[in-house]
Write a protein that binds this ligand. Structure first.
Ligand code: 5GP
Ligand code: MN
Length: 327
């Protein structure tokens, strides 16, 4: 048995000893957040566990078709034997769902971000996994749980979205084998890919158009912004800019891409991407966020202009350091 399987068994013992369990995923959920939480729920319901599924923000439209998504609630009360955080790199990512009613409850942290702060009572963090959903499949396989079609659909959704359809640099034979298992268990790769990555509203294309038109390329840093006014103009919520940073990361002249999205609560969402050989996780952590070397982010308080100046200067500094290290 390898160390990953030992970790999975340890997590499973912790789950087995609990009956009422709160599953929590991160604010501004993506496909792996929702997919890993629902996939785990579909593994635990047949075990007779009583579950609550919490996420501070609503399930985005692209993932609302996933089985069980209607069970996700935005706030929870009551008491639990165990809290399981999924795809959260730090405790704040759980948002308000991690409230006073559960702060003293044992916390199992299941995540694949290299920047994970180890905030759980038990931490199963595996940066070699391309998605938290891949870890949930590993858990099921290690302890011999059946992969039903619902489990498979949710977990493949996580794997597809976090790898941008198997295009990221961490895709290896283990990831493809995991995907094959899920497809064999009944998940449709075509359906997931087209629903999660291939479909968007005309309004979001217009918004992208405006953001692309206004983008800047300076010192190999490509950046743009999505202001509240732009979102209002196209009647879009904060999800309107989802995918834009990935799209811009294809620009050959850019080493780093940043998309600043102004939120209604006075914060700015900073989504960053790095070309291969560069890293944005370091700057994200420095600014209180987290992520992966090639895709990271943070949420900063303040005026859009101030946040931009702060982030761009940290990135310039980090890029200079990275160039010096590579010489
Ligand atoms: P995206 O740009 O797609 O929203 O996020 C890219 C990566 O950065 C994801 O792995 C995500 O979990 C992480 N990330 C994005 N925003 C934040 C943030 O505000 N805080 C933390 N800790 N990580 C973030
Ligand atoms: Mn993830």
């Amino acid at each position: 048995m390898d160390s990953h399987q030992t970790d999975a068994q340890c997590a499973w013992r912790c789950i087995q000893s609990a009956h009422r369990i709160l599953l929590v995923t991160h604010v501004g959920p993506d496909g792996d957040a929702i997919g890993s939480m629902l996939g785990l729920a579909w593994l635990l319901w047949p075990q007779g566990k009583e579950l609550a599924l919490g996420c501070e923000d609503p399930v985005p439209r692209s993932y609302a078709w996933l089985p069980g998504s209607e069970q996700v609630v935005r706030s929870v009360d009551g008491s639990y034997d165990l809290v399981i955080s999924l795809d959260c790199s730090d405790v704040y990512r759980m948002g308000q769902v991690y409230g006073p009613n559960v702060v003293t409850t044992p916390l199992l942290n299941i995540d694949h971000h290299i920047t994970n702060t180890g905030f759980g009572s038990i931490n199963w963090v595996d940066p070699s996994s391309a998605a938290t959903s891949q870890m949930i499949l590993m858990l099921a396989d290690t302890v011999g749980l059946a992969i039903t079609e619902s489990v498979a659909v949710c977990l493949l959704n996580g794997l597809v979205t976090d790898t941008r359809s198997f295009r990221t640099s961490n895709v290896n034979s283990h990831v493809l084998r995991a995907a094959l298992r899920l497809i064999e268990a009944g998940a449709s790769l075509h359906e997931i890919t087209s629903r999660a990555l291939g479909r968007r509203s005309m309004a979001s294309v217009r918004l992208w158009g405006q953001a692309i038109d206004q983008c800047h390329l300076e010192d190999s840093i490509l950046w743009t912004q999505v202001t509240s006014a732009m979102r209002r103009r196209w009647s879009l919520d904060a999800n309107g800019s989802t995918g834009l940073a990935n799209f811009l990361s294809g620009v050959r002249e850019a080493k780093v891409v940043v998309v600043f999205t102004e939120r209604d609560d006075g914060t700015v969402d900073v989504g960053m991407r790095a070309a291969c050989g560069h890293d944005v996780a370091g700057v994200a952590v420095q600014l209180g966020g987290g992520g992966h070397p090639q895709a990271a982010g943070c949420t900063l308080k303040g005026d859009l202009g101030e946040v931009q100046a702060r982030v761009l200067s940290a990135l310039r500094c980090s890029l200079t350091g990275q160039e010096e290290e590579s010489v």
